[in-house]
Every structure is written in C-alpha cells, then in structure tokens.
Design a binder for this molecule. Structure first.
Ligand SMILES: Cc1cc2nc3c(=O)[nH]c(=O)nc-3n(C[C@H](O)[C@H](O)[C@H](O)COP(=O)(O)OP(=O)(O)OC[C@H]3O[C@@H](n4cnc5c(N)ncnc54)[C@H](O)[C@@H]3O)c2cc1C
Ligand code: SF4
Ligand code: SF4
Ligand code: SF4
Length: 401
C-alpha cells in the first residue's frame, strides 16, 4: 500500500495524483475543504511512483541554481497592467516574453463560478486572467501533465504558483528543462476553498450577483488595497464595484491574514527559506525608498535564482522599469515567518460545516461597532490622503527595526 506524506504535512500539490499512471489517486476535499489525495486501492498496482513523487517524502530534485541570487524592484511600464496586478506587474512582463516566443503560460485563474484553479493561456490578451493574487488555494488539476506535454514538444512554458506547487511540478517532471521558467510567489499560507464558498454565500445575501472578485484591488491605491466585488467582468474593467472593504473590515481578508483558515501544512512550510524553488520569486515591496518607484501604484520585489531567469529578465528591459535592490536588504525571499496553528482552528473548521454563513461570520469575523469604526477611519484617512502617510511612517519604523 503506498505511503504518502501524513495528512497534516500534505500541501495538496497533486503531484502524486498526476503521476499515477493508473489514475488510482483523486484529489478530494477534506472536512476543511482542502484537496487531499485519496487512493482507490482496487486500481492501485503498488508501483510506488506516487511515494517517489511526493515532495513530503522526498524533497525536490536538484534544479540548476548556479547563479548568485539577485533582487530587483520592478514595475511594468503599461499602467493598465500595473493597475490590474497585485504589485508591480512583473509577472505579466515575464509571461509576455514567453508568449512572444510562442510559449504557454500557466497560473491561477478565477473561474466564472468563483473557484480558483490553475489553467494555461497562449495569447497575450488572456494573461489578464492571472493578474492579481487570489487568496484561496488553487486547484492544480492536470496542469503538470499539460506543462510536460508542451515542454516535450519544445515549447517555452512559464509555470507560476506557490512554492509547493512549483516543487510539485519539479517532482512530477523529474528533470530540468531549458524551456521552462518557474515563477513562485512569496506566500505565508493559502486559505480554505470551503470557507471561501461560505464567504460568497454570505455576501450573496446582499449582493445578488457576484461575477468577479479582486482580492487586492488598487482603486484606493497600492498601500490601501481592498477586496472588491463586481457584478460583471465589464464592471471590473471600468472599476465600477458593488462592494469594497480593506483588511480592517472585510471578513475574508481578516480571516486569511490572521491565519485561522489556512491549510495545516502551511504551519510547517519547508519553503520559507532563504533560497526558493523557482527561477523567479515574486513578492510585494510596499516602500522601496526610491521616490520614482514609490508612487502608490505597486512594485514587485523580484528574486532571480537562475541564469535562465536572469537571461529572461535582461530580455524584457524595454517593457519594465527595473533596478537592482540590495539582496541582503530584501533578506532573500524569507520575509515571512512560518505561521503558528491558531488555538480556535479546530472549532472554526467544525463550525464551517455546522453553522449558517451568517452565524459563522458573526462568530469568527463579526462586523461589529469596533470594526465599523476602523473601516470608517481608514476610509476617512484615505479620503484626506493621510492613509499613505500613516502606512509610510509605519513601514519606515518597521524597516529601521
Ligand atoms: C496566496 C498568496 C499569498 C501571498 N502572500 C504574500 C506575502 O505574504 N508577501 C508577499 O510579499 N507577497 C505575497 N504574495 C505575492 C504577491 O501578492 C504577488 O503575487 C506578487 O508580488 C506578484 O505580483 P505581480 O504584480 O508581479 O503579479 P500579478 O499579476 O499580481 O501575479 C499574480 C501571480 O500570482 C499567481 N497566483 C495568483 N493567485 C494564486 C494562487 N491562489 N495560487 C497560486 N498562484 C497564484 C498567478 O498565477 C500569477 O503568477 C502572495 C501571493 C499569493 C497568491
Ligand atoms: S502505488 Fe502506483 S498505482 Fe498505486 S497509487 Fe501510487 S502511483 Fe498509483
Ligand atoms: S504529492 Fe503533494 S498532494 Fe500528494 S501526498 Fe504528497 S504533498 Fe500531498
Ligand atoms: S505557505 Fe508553504 S505550504 Fe503553504 S501554500 Fe505557501 S508554499 Fe505551500
């Protein structure tokens, strides 16, 4: 009987399921809503391939990392792209290069029924689907298999995702490909798709139709990015939102940022180290200290780990504003400490299956008088343009420490 990593440490990368030639493994949601492998023993031939593939059992294959790592701050020159992106739009600039070379780009997409899944695109116009971080664990589906197919056909492939997904891809491929560019994002944790469904159900009581959700909308600037809901994709394009709240008051952002609804394996994440898995690592940088960058529209802090990553970066200089950033100051990509398991985690996940959405959010993220005041104050600070100043002061104090 195959022995995969224990459930608490399984990151849900799906490499085992994709690797099994017999189709004996399916990824199914557990009681917390996170996908875990389930083995159909009547089909399994006990070949052991899934065990060899599981990064929890055997760490990643050793990819080329001969380059002395470097850090850069990057902004896409196209302001619409930068506005739609979480940070500075560096991801789109990298992806556009792959598309120009006739390649394929993989990343996390929000589907029409508001699920987060991995998918791929082959045209520049479609890259918008990947823009902006979706704060829900993305479902890999058959993306590793498809990526391998494109790679063996000799096409360029850019594969983006969380570090554990990139590691899952490497484990699935079992060798390096010159035509593969892997992009991982700095991530603290991923929250539960089941709780997200509950959030949508809760919000739909007031907003009858939600067709698009932006987790880091920049209508109020990069420093006060907000959760925004749109009735349609067209409404999003003209920034006509029907709901907007920041991390001080939106129920989803509050639960996500507190770590209460995160996947259990994120509490023992092995990827929050100085060295990351991809050719590139992308993260936020709130203040660069360089006035031409700190325009409150977003900048990506990019780490480059491989020579092929550096070659690609050199070839996209016309599309981006890019300057080197001291690597030591950026502390590699290791800016997050691994989260601790929250004491109410067990009861929260029991309640998500038991309570109605109203009861659940009233209990775990109440929109009470205190939160309403915070929400109002933040809105006023933003309106009179003090929000940015407050954030900047806060960041400069943190930076000095
Ligand atoms: C769940 C999550 C948590 C994050 N936490 C942090 C953090 O704590 N600190 C920090 O500095 N940066 C964090 N980031 C990264 C940051 O938010 C930006 O994604 C990054 O700076 C790139 O921004 P960009 O403007 O260059 O590209 P964007 O155009 O915004 O690129 C988005 C990229 O993220 C990928 N992506 C989006 N959602 C998901 C998902 N659910 N799963 C896998 N991949 C996804 C897309 O495929 C695409 O490659 C996080 C990202 C995610 C997805
Ligand atoms: S042991 Fe082989 S057949 Fe069985 S689940 Fe694992 S990969 Fe599939
Ligand atoms: S391969 Fe990934 S999904 Fe499968 S058991 Fe290991 S960690 Fe979990
Ligand atoms: S914190 Fe670690 S385990 Fe969790 S999604 Fe990110 S890389 Fe994967």
């Amino acid at each position: 009987m195959p022995n995969l990593v224990e459930s608490n440490k399984c990151c849900g990368c799906a490499a085992c399921a994709e690797k099994c030639a017999k189709g004996a493994i399916s990824m199914q949601p557990n009681e917390e809503g996170f996908l875990h492998p389930v083995i159909n023993h009547s089909v399994c031939i006990e070949c052991g391939l899934c065990e060899k593939t599981c990064p929890g059992i055997q760490p990643a294959v050793n990819m080329e990392k001969s380059l002395t790592p470097r850090a850069y701050i990057i902004q896409h020159k196209d302001e619409t792209i930068r506005y739609q992106s979480t940070s500075g739009g560096a991801f789109t600039a990298i992806a556009e290069n792959i598309i120009r070379k006739g390649g394929v780009v993989f990343g996390a997409i929000m589907t029409e029924d508001l699920k987060v899944k991995h998918g791929y695109v082959e045209a520049k116009e479609e890259l918008a689907r990947f823009r902006n971080s979706k704060y829900v664990q993305s479902e890999i589906g058959d993306s590793y298999k498809l990526a391998k197919k494109f790679l063996t056909e000799g096409r360029f492939v850019c594969f983006s995702g969380t570090p554990c997904q990139i590691n899952g891809l490497y484990k699935f491929l079992r060798r390096d490909y010159n035509n593969l560019i892997a992009v991982d994002v700095v991530c603290k944790s991923v929250p539960s798709p089941l709780v997200f469904e509950k959030y949508i159900e809760y919000k739909k009581q007031k907003e009858k139709r939600i067709s698009d959700i932006v987790f880091r909308d920049k209508k109020r600037g990069f420093l006060y990015c907000t959760m925004a809901h749109y009735r349609s994709h067209e409404a999003r394009l003209v920034a006509r939102d029907q709901y907007r709240r920041g991390s001080e008051s939106d129920e989803w952002l509050r639960l996500f940022l507190s770590g209460q609804i995160s996947r259990r394996s994120c509490m023992t994440c092995p990827y929050q180290t100085k060295e990351r898995v991809g050719d590139f690592t992308l993260g936020d940088i709130w203040e660069t200290g360089i006035s031409s960058f700190d325009d409150n529209k977003g900048t990506t802090l990019v780490h480059v780990w491989t020579q092929k990553g550096l070659n690609l970066l050199n070839s996209i200089q016309n599309e981006i504003k890019c300057i080197p950033y001291p690597f030591e100051k950026s502390r590699g990509a290791e800016r997050n400490v691994v989260m601790k398991v929250k004491s109410n985690r067990e009861s929260l996940f029991k309640d998500v299956n038991k309570l109605t959405s109203t009861e659940f959010f009233r209990k775990y993220a109440p929109y009470n008088a205190k939160v309403k005041v915070k929400n109002y104050l933040r809105f006023v600070l933003w309106k009179i343009d003090l929000q940015t100043l407050v954030r900047r002061l806060k960041h400069s104090v943190i930076h000095k420490k």
